[in-house]
Ligand binder design. Structure first.
Ligand SMILES: NC(=O)c1ccc[n+]([C@@H]2O[C@H](COP(=O)([O-])OP(=O)(O)OC[C@H]3O[C@@H](n4cnc5c(N)ncnc54)[C@H](OP(=O)(O)O)[C@@H]3O)[C@@H](O)[C@H]2O)c1
Length: 427
């Protein structure tokens, strides 16, 4: 792959990213932790007591279900921000489990301790139960930081609060009694600007990550952890995750993701976009199993790419989607984005489970997909996953995405009411 001319001001992006990093985690700032961290033997960490952030989301829910099922997991602290409109954590967890294709009863497991609170730059605030903070600090053997706003449309400065939380969580890990392993759920977006291929499973320089604020924020997170590891010996694992697609068994793929949004709008305009490159989408259930395998691994790599090990030609997936949704015509993404830009944005898509307005869907699609079919796209690059394959047995057993997978996704979206003839007629 030839390095493309950058479509943004590299210097300006790099300077903002560096500024945030310097403010939150200047070099040497972790060394202040008096006790140098030593790796605990895996056997000393059994049974596992794990703190997971963002369990109400899709990957968090699938991961939680996996942990509940594992007899070597004693306790799961499911740490989530307070819900809007006072909804309880347990209720939000139940919704999350169903949206990820798992039974809501996982939320009722006696192993799960729901912790509602905020992790801010200043510290961890826990609502409700007294003593739970100390309990977590004294007992956790693993921390999996999964919570993150998945928003590709905003600048990196919008992630500063989240990055402040990450700093707090690292400090928490460094002060914790049992030398927890820190697993950070990153994204392949953190290597969105890497100039050559294959893209290696190692920590990368800042230039690799420049582009969207989301990818830049994940790079800052990775670099904060690299510094903490270098200065204290904290054990870190960075899992760069590819786009997660529907559950392999059930086809469940949450309806408010960008791919179902493409399917909805495509049905409405009668044309499916086609994107070139390699499709490295990983089924969500496989992604969650891989995370569990990283928890139990005796000596995991520092960086792994949780991508599909046998990528499919992207174009094939879009053609299969078109066929399954019932669309005859396809066209290149850039043309399609222009086409949908001209449709009415005031209409709602009826029968949509999320009652999303057309403009919401179009914004979601353009922020996720526009500009992704050029040579600058990491969609065209080979992303190495050799270390992930060694560390995560589940990756071995995932066949290439095929017609059956696509049919299951579409069946699920149809049952969820987002792909209906009514929406087609209205637009
Ligand atoms: N899905 C993908 O294709 C994909 C691909 C690559 C990487 N990832 C990474 O995987 C992780 C999970 O993603 P997901 O797809 O499961 O996303 P998701 O369904 O949107 O869930 C995100 C989780 O993070 C929480 N969260 C979001 N913003 C937060 C904030 N400002 N403060 C505290 N908590 C916040 C959410 O809480 P609420 O329920 O309260 O909103 C939710 O629990 C993220 O780190 C994401 O970057 C996902």
């Amino acid at each position: 792959m030839v390095s493309p001319p950058s479509l943004f001001d590299v210097e300006a992006h790099s300077s903002v990213v560096n500024e945030i990093l310097q403010r939150l985690a200047p070099t040497g700032s972790f060394a202040a932790h008096k006790r140098a961290v030593t790796h605990s033997l895996s056997s000393e960490r059994l049974p596992v007591t794990i703190l997971v952030t963002g369990t109400t989301g899709t990957l968090g829910s699938a991961f939680l279900a996996n942990l509940v099922d594992d007899i070597s997991v004693a306790k799961i602290y499911a740490f989530n921000r307070p819900g809007r409109a006072g909804t309880s954590c347990v209720d939000r967890q139940k919704d999350g489990l169903v949206e990820a294709g798992f039974a809501l009863t996982y939320a009722e497991s006696p192993k799960v301790v729901f912790v509602e609170g905020d992790i801010t730059k200043e510290g961890i605030e826990v609502k409700g139960e007294k003593g739970v903070f100390d309990e977590m600090r004294n007992s956790v053997t693993h921390i999996v930081h999964n919570a993150w706003p998945v928003n590709l449309a905003v600048k990196v400065t919008k992630f500063e609060r989240m990055l402040g939380s990450l700093r707090t969580l690292i400090d928490f890990a460094l002060a914790a009694a049992r030398n927890p392993r820190f697993i950070f759920v990153s994204s392949v977006a953190a290597l969105q600007n890497y100039p050559t291929e294959p893209i290696p499973e190692r920590l990368l320089p800042i230039e690799a990550a420049l582009g969207t604020g989301y990818g830049e924020s994940k790079w800052i997170g990775e670099e904060m952890l690299r510094r903490a590891h270098a200065e204290t010996g904290l054990e870190i694992v960075i899992a760069r995750v590819a786009q997660l697609c529907g559950n392999r068994q059930t086809g469940v793929w949450r309806t408010n993701d960008s791919v179902p949004a493409v399917a909805q709008i495509a049905l409405a305009v009668g044309v499916m976009p086609v994107i070139e490159g390699r499709c490295e989408w990983l089924p969500i259930d496989v992604g969650a199993r891989c995370l569990r395998e990283l928890v139990f691994h005796s000596d995991p790599p520092v960086v792994v790419h949780l991508v599909h090990p046998s990528p499919t030609i992207f174009q094939r997936i879009w053609v299969m989607l078109a066929k399954e949704v019932g669309i005859q015509k396809i066209e290149p993404l850039a043309l399609w984005i222009k086409r949908i830009g001209s449709i009415s944005t005031s209409e709602s898509i009826p029968n949509s489970s999320m009652s999303a307005s057309t403009s919401f869907l179009i914004n979601l699609i353009t922020s996720m997909w526009a500009g992704r079919d050029g040579p600058a796209s990491y969609f065209t690059a080979v992303i190495e996953c050799k270390l992930a394959l060694e560390a995560c047995p589940s990756l071995h057993y995932v066949p290439p995405l095929n017609e059956r997978d696509v049919a299951k996704w579409v069946k699920y979206w149809k049952e969820a009411g987002i792909l209906s003839e009514v929406s087609k007629a209205k637009l």
